[in-house]
Design a binder for this molecule. Sequence first.
Ligand SMILES: C[S@@+](CC[C@H](N)C(=O)[O-])C[C@H]1O[C@@H](n2cnc3c(N)ncnc32)[C@H](O)[C@@H]1O
Length: 475
Amino acid sequence: MLRLLSRVFASIPIEGNRKAAAAHRSIWSAASVSSGFAVNPIMEPKLYRAPPEVRGMTSLDKEAFTQTITVPALRVPTGVINKVVKSLRKATIQRPGVPRVVQDKEESSDFRLVLLDPHRVSSPSSFSEAEAEALRSFSVAEELQYYELRLTYHNLKSEEVLEAVLPQGQDVTSGFSRVGHIAHMNLRDHQLPYKNLIGQVIMDKNPGVTCVVNKTNMIDSTYRNFKMEMLAGEENMVAKVKENGATYEFDFSHVYWNPRLSTEHQRVVQLVKRGDTVFDVFAGVGPFAVPAARSGANCLANDLNPESHRWLQHNCKLNKVEKKVRTFNLDGRAFIRGPVRQELPALLEGKASVHVVMNLPALALDFLDAFRGLLHQQPCCDENLPTVHCYGFSKDDNPEADVAERASHSLGFPLKDRCSVHFVRNVAPNKDMMCVSFTLPKEVLFSGDHEHTEPSAEPAPKRQKCEEATDSTQS
Ligand SMILES: C[S@@+](CC[C@H](N)C(=O)[O-])C[C@H]1O[C@@H](n2cnc3c(N)ncnc32)[C@H](O)[C@@H]1O
């Protein structure tokens, strides 16, 4: 019905006295009815709801969202328009693409209309004391008008479009992760019939998004990347992102990247000082190693996924730290037993700190067994031992105790009271990502319990070995 109306203007006198609210409201209703409205349009709570005909649409027809709604307005002399808009900031209409100031009906150059938010201003009494005072001080005529506003698809927010299209009463959550120009969604079953429409809406409503994908299965268990399906836009999966001052490029369909880990990356990198050494066992495309190298650390960064390894090398060059990062394409255990074992003895003799980062939360705690007896042929040393930051998921009621216990079990040494556990993020209902940090015990590193460790061709130790550690996690 609203759409059939031609432009309608009505005016209602404003009284300075806020107490006259009730009287104004009745005048307002009368004005609305006399203009041909069955209901007071200004009081309609879901004023920005799209036309009902769009419900069930699976292929986006933007024209079908066009409608005319009525909004309140104030007729303001052109000379004070900016001041009035500023004073009424909270009362003016706030819609994407909708101007707050329009020509008045006479198209006079002396006056403009300031459009008001109908949810905020339902009658003249809706103005706050401060707003009313400002209007008086600018000698704005005490009249409230209303204006027929043509709303199109472009003026609706993505939730409003999706709420109008998807089945009533069903969740329309349109949340997504943004990775450069890629919007990455995780649609639920009831949303799948609308997946292409949803993709198009997300692309239209988020400047810079040119590609929308949907995760089609669980995270790939080995390389932690998703299988995904294109929903909208051009298929270009090579993303460019910035995180903590570094730039990364990678093919999002082949490697792991999670924008929600930026704070965690920063937390750990801040612990690393110039001259320190970082062993990144599951490095991905470099979000620990690259910034650590940028702060002056020497890094050895490893990833089993050849694609991750390739982009890791690329990102080292991109951030000009290729001389500070040595990269490896090995299984995590082979990396620990190879390059880490090789470098560690000299580093233990030095003063700079050594960090080991192990971010593969589904499995990393199990990989800690690779440290058992890693330096069993080396002289014992209990200074400058590496600090390990190992990630784990936990569904336990006490996730701190759970990850500490699992780390202890894997090391064959109790970490109780010797580790700190940091909550990283909640990844699913009842599933937390945790980081357990500890100094790698000498009893583990120099233990004779090295059944998993390859025999070393290194020369026999000159100093005494540590007493062998027993598997004391059971105690
Ligand atoms: C959760 S991602 C973390 C990547 C990066 N450190 C970050 O914080 O974004 C884990 C990485 O471990 C790699 N990966 C999986 N299994 C591995 C293994 N057995 N050895 C080494 N890397 C592995 C995956 O390819 C993936 O890049």
